[in-house]
Structures are given as C-alpha cells and as structure tokens.
Design a protein around this ligand. Structure first.
Ligand SMILES: Cc1ncc(COP(=O)(O)O)c(C=O)c1O
Length: 401
C-alpha cells in the first residue's frame, strides 16, 4: 500500500521501528561520501569507541553491520559456533522462536527450553542442564534479553551467576534488540560474550544497522568456529580495523552520521537517565493497563518490560481490530499480537526517543479505541493513573537543569 496521509503526526507506538528524533533526521539528510576518504574512517573510529558505552563494555569489540537484528543474530552464531554444537535456547515468544528457527537452520543442536508466552526463561531448567553437563557439551546459551512479543525481560545477571556457579565455559549470546540503550544492560559485568541490537529500536535510527559486540572470549572462539560465514565474517572487519580504514564493504554514510547524532543525544541526556526514563514510561503504561481493568501478558512483576507492554484483551474483543482502528481513526500505530497471542494482545511500545506526554497521548488513544470496540473502559482512567504517577516522578530534563 502507498503511504497514506493522515493529518498531524503519526503516533508511532509499535515497539520498533520507533520515532527518529529531528536532530538525527537532519544529520542523515546529506549526500553520499567516499567512504575511503579520511573523513569516514575518522567518524567510524569515534562510533566504534562510543557505541561500546551503550553495551557497558570496555573490553568488547563492536561491529556495525549493514543488516537488521536478524542478521546480527546470524553474525553472533556463525562467528562463534560450529555446526552440530549444542546450544541452549529459551523459547518464550515470537522473537525467541525466530532465533531458534535460525539456529536450527544453521544446523546447531538446539536444546530448546520452552515457557508459556508471558513467562520469562526457565532458569531452573538451565541450572539443571548446567549441573549435569560435566563434559561441557553445551557450547552456548542463547537468550533474548527482552522478548518484544510478550513484554518479558529476562534476568541476565542470574544467567551469568548460574554459569559461574557451575564453572561452565559456555558462551553467553544475548539478543538485546529491544533492550540495549533502554534497559539496564551490562555486557562486561554480566560476562556477555556476544550482545547485539538493531538500529531501529532504542537507538531511534532507521532500520539497517545491526550492532554486534563481541567479548575477547567470543573473538577467540571465532578463530576456530567452523560455521560458514561470508558477509558476516568478523575477521573481514578486523582486517580493516587494523588498517585503519574500517570498512570491508560500503557502509551507509547516512546511517553513520545518524548514529553519531543518536549517540550524542543519548550521552547528552545521560545513559542512566535514558534507562530511568524508560522505567518511568513502563511503570506509567502498566498503571494505565491496571486502571483499564486489563491484564498484562507478562505473568510476573520480575519480568515486566520497560520498553514494551503487551496488553491482554477479553475474549470477546479481537486485539487486531484495536490495532486497525487505532491507525484508521486516530493515526496511532500500536503493535499487533504475534503468533500464539495474535488476536489476544496488542502491544504498546515505549522505547527510544519518546517522552511522557507523547505516551499520555497514546494511552488516551488506546482508551478511545477500547471503547470503540465495545470494551467498557472509563475514558481518562488510564491516562489519569499514568499522569498522577508521572507528575510525581518526572524529573527536570537533564539538559535544562
Ligand atoms: C527481540 C528481537 N529480536 C530480534 C528481532 C528481529 O529484528 P529485525 O526485524 O531487525 O531483523 C526483533 C524485531 O522486532 C526483536 O524484537
């Protein structure tokens, strides 16, 4: 379908791709450049240094790959593992399902640990598997930090603790697509070996850049990993890093300038403030859901996600209709329920460059649509609950203090 005009702004509240802030749009509005000129390597050098900060790593090596989150997955797997390697992977929603599918198609021996959609990764089962794996047949643990389909955040510190408790050498590969740069993420502290994200999520850039960060142990593993890899081979990047030219193939110049601007905004606000802002938006959204009398798909508080909330609707309502009407009547884009929870949940994305009043606008739109589909919500109830919380908890904007 062609782009369909609607007056005013589109209220983009899907959990990625998210709104791109004006300074980033302006930074990307430029001509192509010769990436072999001295300017692009100089820019790239600063990006590689600065991007490590959002992973909270000093020892990791980042790769800025022209791809999406799916390609970043493939890069993490093929550079560190060999076909037939046993890996443990947690199935808790649509994105972990897709990653598992990729792992199986790449011929790894995937030991799938499944939970109900709405629950986090079953770490008791992980503990059992690690405890009984005396021969260290498990080569990697693959886990989605924040399952975007159900709004579930897994506890990575516990995963690291279990690996340490059992002195298990398995690599820890983490999908941080809807967490890094929005939720608390600590690559070095949690001993994450490969962490990855996509540009269209918390970084608030266009889609098209996969950002992968490898620990020294992961780089070491890449020297013996036998999976076939060409486009995603870290070694090609490392050769060009050494030469100081950085690019084995043509980068998107516009995305590089966009990333520079996006990182500058994040550092100006302060990464910890960015994380706190997401925590506020997540709490406010959950208060609204409660006020509407609806349930969060996420079954326990410990797994609540501060980047996306999956809202369950009563059986007589089709959640896809909520998403359709929100877009048609109010120019509001909400996330659909995916796969097992299709028709049962709709998702509110609250990640990236978004603020409190924007969220209240979204919540107000959701209320009207809920009424429109026959759910007897009191107009203003969720907005009031969220606003009361935000009024008491929103600090001054850091750059305006
Ligand atoms: C947690 C998670 N992982 C991976 C992906 C796949 O990313 P992409 O669509 O950029 O390939 C997504 C997409 O939404 C996601 O939310």
């Amino acid at each position: 379908m062609d782009y369909v005009y609607g007056p005013g702004r589109n209220h983009l509240f899907v959990p990625g791709p998210v709104n791109i802030p004006e300074p980033v749009i302006r930074a990307m509005n430029r001509n192509n450049e010769d990436y072999r000129s001295p300017a692009v390597p100089a820019l790239t050098k600063t990006l590689l240094e600065d991007v490590k900060k959002i992973f909270k790593t000093t020892s990791g090596t980042p790769f800025l790959i022209p791809t999406t989150g799916t390609g970043a997955w493939e890069s993490a797997l093929t550079n560190t593992l060999s076909p037939g390697d046993r890996i443990i992977s947690f199935l808790i929603g649509q994105f972990s399902l897709l990653w598992i599918d990729q792992q199986q198609r790449l011929n790894f021996n995937v030991d799938v640990v499944e939970s109900d959609w709405g629950q986090g990764a079953n770490l008791d089962i992980l503990a059992e598997k690690l405890a009984s794996d005396n021969s260290h047949s498990i080569k990697a643990i693959c886990i989605v930090h924040n399952e975007t389909a159900t709004g579930v955040t897994n506890n990575l510190a516990t995963v690291r603790k279990l690996l340490d408790d059992y002195r298990h050498p398995a690599l820890l590969l983490v999908d941080g697509v809807s967490s890094i740069c929005a939720l608390d993420f600590r690559m070095d502290e949690w001993g994450v070996d490969v962490a990855l994200t996509g540009s269209q999520k918390a970084l608030s850039l266009p889609t098209g850049m996969g950002i992968v960060c490898a620990s020294p142990k992961a780089l070491e593993a890449s020297k013996t990993a036998k999976s076939v890899r060409v486009f995603f081979d870290w070694n090609d990047y490392l050769k060009f890093y050494k030469m100081g030219t950085y690019w084995p193939y043509t980068p998107s110049i516009q995305l590089l300038y966009g990333l520079r601007a996006a990182l500058d905004l994040i550092f100006e606000e302060g990464l910890e403030n960015v994380i706190r802002r997401h925590s506020r938006l997540g709490t406010a959204t959950r208060l609204a859901v409660e006020a509407w009398g609806l349930k969060n798909c996420t079954q326990k508080e410990e797994w609540y996600s501060d980047t996306v909330t999956a809202v369950m609707v009563p059986g007589y309502v089709d959640s896809s209709e909520i998403v359709r009407r929100a877009w048609k009547r109010f120019n509001l884009s909400l996330g659909l329920g995916l796969n097992k929870v299709a028709g049962k949940v709709f998702r509110i994305g609250h990640l990236g460059n978004v603020n409190e009043l924007q969220l209240l606008g979204c919540l107000s739109g959701v209320e009207m649509v809920l009424r429109d589909v026959g759910y007897p919500v009191k107009l203003g109830s969720g907005v009031a609950a969220a606003a009361a919380y935000l009024l008491n908890n929103t600090p001054l904007i850091p750059s305006r203090i």
